[in-house]
Write a protein that binds this ligand. Structure first.
Ligand code: SF4
Length: 244
């Protein structure tokens, strides 16, 4: 199956529903700095909580200069609800200071510059390039890494290896779509535990499904569904017998 067709099939299966927290922040704030900070907030945190915390924070502190001068306790209060919020409050103030002091208040537009910022790794830097600047990059998180390996597009051990492989597999014009599509697909269909293979359009291609792993999970679920339907049927039958 052509990689671009895989992306299309995933999007069709999602039916245009939902967007990642970072896409939502970018849609609303149109600001690379907001995307950078929201990405740091998003680590080990649910999307809804990330968006809410980012919006609260940016209503109060709009620029790197403002956040650089903020009190850590106030920032922590605003982002309370995201995982490790105290550590993250300290981290994002440090990032804001570095951007203010070393980059004239502008977020670097290249991978190398972003990676020099404190608490910024490859995934975060690539997210800023894609969602903040609209540039071509493939941020690889656990969803992208898991799905690419399950399907059999790559056989890699680390997200970094996956990123390199995917950049060779997908045409550059599609790179910016890969993260959002894989992440939403990983949340709604190809879940970490109990992938919903019975509604997936990739069963004819997916290695995980072909070796029977996804199929056995689907079969278990189908069996549970049949059992429930049967129990419901007998219950309804008993009730109608009683009425007679
Ligand atoms: S068939 Fe199952 S394991 Fe394979 S991509 Fe679809 S949901 Fe994931």
């Amino acid at each position: 199956m052509d990689p671009v067709d895989i992306l299309r099939a995933m999007k069709a299966a999602l039916g245009g529903k939902g967007e990642t927290a970072l896409a939502a922040v970018e849609d609303r704030l149109k600001d690379p700095f907001a995307v950078l900070i929201a990405t740091v907030l998003s680590h080990r945190t649910r999307d809804e909580r990330t968006s809410e915390a980012a919006m609260r924070l940016f209503e109060r502190f709009r620029t790197p200069q403002e956040l650089a001068a903020a009190a850590e306790s106030e920032v922590a209060d605003l982002i309370r609800g995201v995982g490790f919020y105290r550590n993250k409050a300290r981290a994002i103030i440090k990032i804001a200071r570095e951007i203010t002091e070393k980059h004239g208040g502008e977020v670097p537009r290249d991978l190398e510059g972003l990676l020099e910022l404190p608490s910024v790794g490859r995934k975060t830097a690539n997210c800023v390039l894609v969602y903040g600047f609209g540039l071509e990059a493939i941020p690889v998180d656990t969803h992208v890494h898991r799905i690419a390996n399950r399907i059999g597009l790559v056989a890699t051990r680390t997200p970094e290896e996956t990123e390199g492989e995917l950049m060779g597999i997908f045409p550059k014009r599609t790179w910016a779509e890969v993260n959002d599509t894989f992440v939403m697909f990983g949340k709604k269909i190809c879940k970490p535990i109990g992938p919903r293979c019975w509604i997936c359009p990739l069963t004819g291609f997916c290695e995980y499904y072909k070796v029977g792993l996804g199929r056995s999970e689907g079969t278990k679920r189908e069996r549970r569904g049949k059992k429930k339907r049967k129990e419901k049927g007998s219950e309804e039958g008993r009730q109608s017998d009683t009425k007679k």
